[in-house]
Design a protein around this ligand. Structure first.
Ligand code: PMP
Length: 392
């Protein structure tokens, strides 16, 4: 150890290289990144304005247009996790005193409510009990009642594991002169979504779920209608980091030379590029089918163990994250801990209103395989046996 006269010395824990365990992450995210993605993120750094790096960014833009099924030229990745993309959406589209209507049926609507209020919006809600989805009639009632400029809804509500049908919502919003913002963090790549066909104006996602990448670079897309709203703002975007006018330039979307706005997170963009590339190789429809088939297999296997699924209607269940009711007399935390200790496998508990009531099991991206369904089924069986014998 080097001698030092400094009053604060380097922590001993940092005198050796980092070590972390290998785990199978089958909670609601992050999921394991594909080894090909991890290899990409270990590639040498480039300058953030080097041509070769700008080419990587261009590939991300093109790949995301395929994955979102959109022709929106403003389809980029935000430097940050899903929350950063959520915040970028609100920061750009919302001006002080704008009316925003938020569909709340779990944690994510509540988050967007909070975020929009911080940006000075007048926020109202339509609410459904956790675990239920919204009908077009309920949405239209809200649009007529509150006359919002922006309506938010979550496609895959990962805290309650329900799937919101999106058909018709875009048309409805446009009929009432309102933009549609959709959260697809827990669905993009794993559940069918066609952004242009659905007339979605702003859509964002995350990297660490069905895109098999580490968290840190988050896809987002703005329709020409949403882009117009940003360009015609009366006031500057209140966040410098998320200012779309600046980001559009850095991503080469406007017709000016690209300028420095912030240093792109080089390795995160490599990783995202590779995750997108894997999806392009597989084909979106095949990925959607794989998620559907493996989740249905998981549901059957869990039900064979005598477990009940939290979302009763099959059509309303997420194929990416499944909530399972914790049976009476079983301690959810002990089960999750047992599975972690014995199998090195993570499943999680509920979140928000589902906390303590369910386990959540993720089957996303690289992790969504038949083998993993079999493994988690065996691990659950083992853990429940242990609980019932009272020996956990
Ligand atoms: N929306 C949904 C539906 C999510 O599942 C998550 C992540 N659990 C987020 C938003 C937030 O993303 P992040 O944790 O990457 O910031």
């Amino acid at each position: 150890k080097a001698q030092s006269a400094l009053p604060i010395s380097a922590p001993t824990s940092l005198l050796t290289p980092i070590k972390v365990p290998q785990r199978l992450l089958m909670g609601p995210g992050p999921s394991n990144a594909s080894p090909r993605v991890l290899a990409a993120s270990a590639l040498p750094l480039l300058g953030h304005l080097h041509k070769e790096f700008l080419d990587v960014m261009d590939e991300i833009k093109e790949g995301l247009r395929y994955i979102f099924q959109t022709n929106n030229s403003l389809t980029i990745a935000i430097s940050g996790t899903g929350h950063a993309a959520m915040e970028a959406a609100i920061a750009n589209v919302v001006e002080r005193n704008d009316k925003v209507l938020v569909a709340v049926n779990g944690l994510w609507g509540a988050r967007v409510f909070d975020l929009s209020s911080r940006y000075g919006a007048k926020v109202t809600t339509i609410k459904k009990p956790v675990g239920q989805v919204f009908t077009l009639e309920e949405i239209e009632e809200g649009l007529i009642r509150d006359k919002p400029k922006l309506f938010f809804i979550t496609h895959a509500e990962s805290s309650a594991t329900v799937l919101q049908p999106l058909e018709g919502i875009g048309r409805l919003c446009h009929k009432h002169n309102c933009l549609l913002l959709v959260d697809t963090v827990a669905s993009l790549g794993g559940i069918p979504i066609k952004v242009d066909e659905l007339e979605i104006d702003i859509v964002y996602s995350g990297a660490q779920k069905c895109l098999s990448s580490p968290p840190g670079a988050s896809p987002i897309s703005f329709s020409p209608r949403a882009w117009d709203k940003v360009k015609n703002r009366k006031t500057k975007v209140e966040s410098f980091y998320f200012d779309l006018i600046q980001l559009a330039n850095y991503w080469g979307v406007d017709d000016q030379p690209r300028r420095y706005h912030h240093t792109g997170p080089i390795s995160s963009f490599y990783a995202l590029r590779e995750g997108i590339s894997i999806l392009c190789n597989e084909g979106l429809e095949n990925s959607w089918r794989r998620h559907k088939e493996n989740s249905e297999l998981l549901w059957n296997e869990l039900q064979k163990l005598g477990l009940e699924l939290y979302v009763k209607k099959k059509i309303a269940r997420l194929p990416t994250v499944t909530a399972v009711n914790v049976p009476n007399g079983i301690n959810w935390k002990e089960v999750a801990t047992f599975i972690m200790q014995k199998y090195n496998l993570e499943i999680s508990g509920g979140l928000g209103e589902t906390a303590g009531k369910v386990w959540r099991i993720g089957l996303m991206g690289y992790n969504c395989t038949k083998e993993n369904v079999q493994l988690i089924t065996a691990a659950m069986y083992d853990a429940l046996q242990q609980q019932r014998q009272g020996s956990v």
